[in-house]
Design a protein around this ligand. Sequence first.
Ligand SMILES: Nc1ncnc2c1ncn2[C@@H]1O[C@H](COP(=O)(O)OP(=O)(O)OP(=O)(O)O)[C@@H](O)[C@H]1O
Length: 347
Amino acid sequence: MIELSNVSKIYDSGQSAVHALRSVDLKVAKGTIHGVIGLSGAGKSTLIRCVNLLERPSSGSVIVDGQEMTRLDTQALNRARHRIGMIFQHFNLLTTRTVYANVALPLELMGIKRQAIKARVLPLLDMVGLGDKAKQYPSQLSGGQKQRVAIARALASKPSVLLCDEATSALDPQTTSSILELLRDINQQLGITILLITHEMEVVKSICHRVSLISNGELVEDTEVGDFFTAPQTQLGRDFLNDFLQLAPPKELLARLLDAPSETTHPVVRLTFSGDTVSTPLISRLARECGVDVSILQAKVESIQERTLGLMIAELMGGADETQKAMDYLASHQLDVEVLGHVQRNA
Ligand SMILES: Nc1ncnc2c1ncn2[C@@H]1O[C@H](COP(=O)(O)OP(=O)(O)OP(=O)(O)O)[C@@H](O)[C@H]1O
């Protein structure tokens, strides 16, 4: 549905060039919700704007719905953009137009007749839950309602793709959930493919099927959401996950964490359980079968879509042989084990 191949974008702002995207390959399957997550300045907005050519890539290919976007002339590009709706963080509504007139605008620009516009706009307003707000102006609406108007406007030209540029970043958590629910309904009921960018893991967790992680203009992970939450492949992915789960070692522990083991230290590990391992009594077996004591420093269980994820930070207390046996035991039970460091015994 959307296929970016080898896309690079360099902003040449006179004195210095900024490499905002570096050889990005991205495929978004038809009918899916695909999230792109990354830190500020990573290149998320540039990436999503390259899909409808609001930004023209410096090189590479952008195919949407079978069409190579970079080769279209202005008229053909305008037509192609009718099939690609977009919503923004700050809604971008026209303040002097009513809700109805905002949603009608793209249809007016397409030269559609008044009656046909009415027949399209009113059901759209009903769909986004604003059937009674047609005559109001944006200034009379809440942030969530404004985003609903923007969604209705984006859907007016019956797009097959919806691009969401930080669509919930300006909203409070409750309003965010209701907008995400609306996006999920649009995906499921209308079969619209959604590409969204966000810096919030909650957004990815709530509605995305697949997620890509962007760092410094490069896509560094591209995976199913369940896999990203249970076994991120990069340190940045792990940092996002830990921030989201708020499962970082306590400051007091960090202060005494040593990089290298010695005869007088115990390892401190972060264990990630997923699938069947969540419900297996591994820790008590670990103690029994390997002869170590396990001191649990932090633990959490999360539901990520259909999957359950357990996380734990624990100190494995025992002699060198016992702790090695314990590490082998954990590894053999498909747990993700990360050694965070080592602490002095009895410290
Ligand atoms: N028009 C521009 N001219 C020059 N540099 C730009 C332009 N737009 C973006 N950049 C630079 O490109 C890089 C990527 O920016 P981009 O806005 O795509 O990142 P982002 O991940 O969306 O960030 P944020 O989450 O803060 O919006 C940044 O270094 C940014 O300063």
